[in-house]
Design a protein around this ligand. Structure first.
Ligand SMILES: Nc1nc2c(ncn2[C@@H]2O[C@H](COP(=O)(O)OP(=O)(O)O)[C@@H](O)[C@H]2O)c(=O)[nH]1
Ligand SMILES: [Mg+2]
Length: 396
């Protein structure tokens, strides 16, 4: 039987009195030699019950689990991808490599719009409709601010209440990853994992801030912009650049008192699009009405996406875009890698303040500053072309 005794901790000085210590130490249970749960619960020991503690999965376990569509393994594989631990990175890449043949078959759809436009509500309604049609839908988010807001899609999960409970759907919040580049890599790889797990439609939500919509455009086949009514005022706020990325503009909340305003807005957007370069070669972007509440316009939107798929497949644009997205991804990762290599270099960091100061004082030109820094960084590392171009000798 367990009983309390007062005892002197082993770190206490020897001269101290035992009774001075207020902490009570409970004596152990007889017969327990270590702390594994299996010793406490006989059901665990004889195998009738599985331990709750997460087992370490091997690369093969991950590959098999994800391929078979096991959601728990998929979620854990994504966590592995998102990890910043170099050991996890290697393992994650092996998992991805093994799953690569199973990727690429889904239709990837990006959804952007200002906060409050109704992206999450639309995804919930649209996703449910697609599941009803027999599709398997994965919803991801790209939100570089998520480390600040702690992942807005998490709150959205309640907005996607019915969808998140469905067997055919999988919802994953944005990775918190600091740089947009980091978030983008993780999201792209997560998308591949979802494809390998058998999701045939990937919806990627992103907030209409900063560069995130360009990033999402570069990872999806079809990109839609969700807008609000009251076009007159709102049009001013919508960046033309974002409209140029869109394959469809959806005027959401076309319901109730808002319907008339939505129709006006749609016509306004149609007029605007006339003057904008199409996002996809051979495809004419249009504005559509929808209501995530009333679930109207969603079926029509799906027909539009299907038509887009058909047209771009036939013209070869679909495949060409996928290919160039893949190569752009490689290039942007090289960019980021070299960038980090340079800006994390201790020697460069050491010299940076002095050179900045010199530039600001007009002592050396920016070009000269770059030349010196690149030289410091590592002439050996630079290509011969860079050496020629940026060697201080050649700058004189
Ligand atoms: N009337 C109406 N309200 C909507 C509709 N879709 C979304 N909303 C509301 O608009 C607000 C923002 O929606 P949400 O999906 O969170 O927007 P997000 O920030 O773009 O993801 C919420 O209060 C929704 O209830 C719609 O189709 N009709
Ligand atoms: Mg949202």
């Amino acid at each position: 039987m367990a009983e309390y005794t007062t005892s002197k901790p082993e770190w206490a000085p020897e001269k101290d009195d035992e009774n001075k210590f207020a902490c009570g130490v409970m004596s152990g249970i007889d017969g327990i030699t270590d702390t594994t749960v299996g010793n406490l619960n006989p059901a665990l020991k004889n195998g009738t019950m599985k331990p709750k503690r997460k087992m370490v999965l091997s690369v093969d376990d991950y590959i098999k689990g994800v391929s078979s569509g096991d959601r728990v393994t998929l979620a854990r594989a994504i966590t592995l991808i998102e990890s910043n631990n170099p050991k996890h990175f290697r393992k994650a890449q092996q998992v991805l490599q093994g799953l690569l043949p199973k990727t690429g078959k889904a239709l990837r759809i990006g959804i952007t719009g200002v906060p409050g436009a109704g992206k999450s509500t639309t995804i919930e309604a649209f996703g449910n409709m697609l599941c009803d049609m027999g599709h398997r839908v994965a919803v991801l988010a790209v939100d570089p601010t998520s480390s600040v807001t702690r992942g807005s899609i998490l709150g959205d999960k309640t907005r996607m209440g019915t969808l998140s409970r469905r067997e055919e759907a999988f919802i994953r919040p944005s990775p918190a990853g600091g740089t947009l580049g980091g978030v983008a890599r993780k999201s792209r790889e997560t998308m591949l994992l979802c494809e390998a797990a058998g999701y045939d439609i990937i919806l990627v939500e992103t907030v209409g801030v900063g560069q995130s919509e360009t990033t999402v455009r570069s990872m999806v086949d079809f990109f839609m912009l969700i807008v609000l009514t009251g076009a007159g005022d709102e049009l001013q706020g919508i960046k033309k650049g974002i409209m140029e990325l869109a394959d469809a503009i959806v005027v959401n909340k076309a319901d109730g008192d808002n319907l008339l305003k939505a129709k006006v807005a749609r016509a306004e957007y149609e007029r605007m699009i006339e003057f904008i370069r199409p996002a996809t070669e051979g495809w004419r972007t249009h504005a559509y009405l929808a209501s995530a509440y009333k679930k109207t316009g969603l079926k029509e939107l799906w027909d539009v996406i299907r038509a887009f798929e058909k047209v771009t497949h036939e013209s070869g644009v679909f495949k060409r875009r996928r290919d160039s997205q893949l190569l752009d991804w490689v290039h942007s990762m090289i960019d980021e890698h070299l960038h980090n290599l340079f800006f994390d270099d201790p020697v460069v960091l050491g010299r940076m303040p002095e050179i900045r100061e010199a530039v600001l004082k007009g002592v050396i030109s920016p070009t000269q500053a770059v030349a010196e820094l690149i030289h410091i960084f590592d002439v050996q590392r630079a290509t011969q072309r860079h050496v020629d171009l940026f060697h201080p000798e050649n700058q004189k």
